[in-house]
Design a binder for this molecule. Structure first.
Ligand code: AHR
Length: 502
């Protein structure tokens, strides 16, 4: 059996967790919006046509932030198509996903729905086919109180009060040749800077995120961020990064270690931001918005150019296994460990499209395996991240080299003093005994251990068996005298909650 150890010490603070780390993403893609969150004929639909069975699962998942409306979709989108009476909204060709966009859901519908599910919006503007004018009009429509063309139109469309949208993305993946209106780093940087300036003139209270790289393998990675920040540094608050992982062939060990790659990606973007800061003598720091991340079996997707025009087609509806859930949990641990610089995270996407929640038209909605580590981390990963100084055995992987078998992050709730430890055992064959040094917080004596694991690493949830994969309690935890021991099953994601005996 493998053995590892770590220390829980409230003095070893990394950073407070920004709750927006647990955001998600709704794109007009496939069935995320239509028959995902919105389906007027569904038995659970509210008056506005939004599914309440799905809304209930979203509340349970715990997503304080939802990015919208894309994704690649936003880069050819006219937001004005989605406002006003539904029967007058145009049907358009969506060039990103070769789909028919009916515009039955638009800005007002989404922002009201957001309020209803208890999430704040992160709105993206189109810097592909459009630019400064459309972006500043949208800020005026959403955030200006009244007395102007766009704000009065919002009022006429039923929202007397401004939505006060705080967080905005300056386009999406503009470094990607697949993007409609793709740009070079300098072309994008100038457009983003001027758009940011105009949007801030309309509402100085907003926060802005500039596009970084679509993934770490982009040939422009690093240089792209540096060029963009040279032009936009004082005008933006965040730079984005996107990342998706999948298991290649039967190499599960490498897949289980992908968080190591994610860790390096984040470090590299932080270094680039700080390089521009040092070079140009800026005072403020640019933080990171990982506004698309997940497991996505991209190799199974035929590519957008091979799609036929259709309304709400079934696109990339990946079914997630226990292994995928463990990887998602590990990626969340990485986000927590970088909470000092990563302030925003968006699990892409929310419903049906590579999503933790699935739904059938006219039918049920259910939790995928990945739902569980996300929901538990979002609920219990709030507070202060503590450095744990873990010591663990390593093993060799083909794609990631030598990696520790343990990934861990500890979060302390400052009010209750409770500490929650999130931990992954990446070893498929052996349990991992984890020794916890709690001498700095000897009052933590009571523990609860939940784990996602299974004798079948490919086990999944389906409409017929929606609870095949769920967290299971383990009774192994022993805590006393400032020490505790837990046993993490092979290939497992774990949550250990430690509290005082009060
Ligand atoms: O989330 C699916 C797609 O992945 C998004 O539209 C795009 O931004 C990314 O490439």
């Amino acid at each position: 059996m493998n053995r590892a150890s770590l220390t829980v010490d409230p003095a070893l603070r990394v950073s407070d967790v920004d709750p927006r780390l647990f955001g998600s993403f709704v794109e007009h893609m496939g069935r995320c919006v239509y028959t995902g969150i919105y389906e007027p004929g569904h038995p659970s639909a509210d008056e506005a046509g939004f599914r309440q069975d799905v809304a209930g699962l979203i509340r349970e998942l715990g997503v304080p932030l939802v990015r919208y409306p894309g994704g690649n979709f936003v880069s050819a989108y006219k937001w004005e198509d989605g406002i006003g009476p539904r029967e007058q909204r145009p049907r358009r060709l969506d060039l990103a996903w070769r789909s028919i966009e009916t515009n039955q859901v638009g800005v007002d519908d989404f922002l009201r729905w957001c309020r209803n599910v208890g999430s704040a919006p992160m709105m993206a503007v189109n810097l592909g086919t459009r630019g400064l004018d459309a972006a500043r009009d949208l800020v005026e429509y959403c955030n200006h109180p009244s007395g102007t063309y766009w704000s009065d139109l919002r009022r006429a469309n039923g929202s007397a009060q401004p939505y006060d949208v705080k967080l905005w993305c300056l386009g999406n993946e503009m470094d990607g040749p697949w993007q409609i209106g793709h740009k070079t780093a300098y072309e994008y940087a100038r457009l983003a800077a001027e758009t940011a300036k105009a949007m801030r003139r309309v509402d100085p209270g907003i926060e802005l995120s500039a596009c970084g790289s679509s993934n770490q393998q982009m040939p422009t990675f690093g240089g792209w961020e540096a060029t963009v920040l040279e032009e936009t540094y004082d005008l933006v608050d965040y730079v984005s990064l996107h990342t998706y992982y999948e298991q290649i062939g039967d190499d599960r060990d490498s897949f289980l270690a992908r968080a190591v790659d994610f860790d390096r990606f984040i470090d590299a973007v932080v270094a680039t931001c700080d390089h521009v800061r040092a070079k140009n003598g800026h005072r403020k720091r640019i933080n990171l918005a990982v506004d698309e991340w997940n497991v996505w079996y991209q190799s199974r997707f035929a590519g957008e150019e091979n799609l036929d025009w259709a309304e709400a087609p079934r696109l990339i509806e990946d079914t997630y296994s226990v292994t995928d859930a463990v990887v998602v949990g590990d990626l969340l641990i990485t986000l927590l460990r970088h909470a000092d610089r990563v302030k925003i995270g968006c699990l892409a996407q929310l419903v049906n499209v590579i999503a933790p929640i699935r739904s059938e038209p006219g039918g049920p909605a259910w939790r995928q395996a990945t739902f569980h580590p996300f929901a538990l981390t979002s609920r219990h990963g709030r507070g202060t991240v503590l450095r744990t100084d873990a010591v663990a055995p390593t093993h060799e992987t083909a794609a990631q080299g030598e990696v520790p078998v343990l990934a861990a992050a500890a979060v302390r709730d400052e009010e209750s003093g409770e500490v929650t430890l999130f931990a992954v055992n990446r070893d498929q064959g052996q349990p991992l005994t984890l020794d916890l040094d709690l001498r700095a917080c000897p009052d933590l004596t009571v523990g609860k251990h939940l784990a996602v694991y299974d004798s079948d690493p490919e086990a999944v949830n389906t409409a017929e068996q929606p609870d095949r994969v769920a967290p299971r309690p383990l009774e192994d935890l022993k805590a006393s005298g400032g020490r505790a021991t837990a046993v993490l099953p092979p290939l497992s994601w774990n949550m250990i909650r430690l509290s005082g005996d009060r």
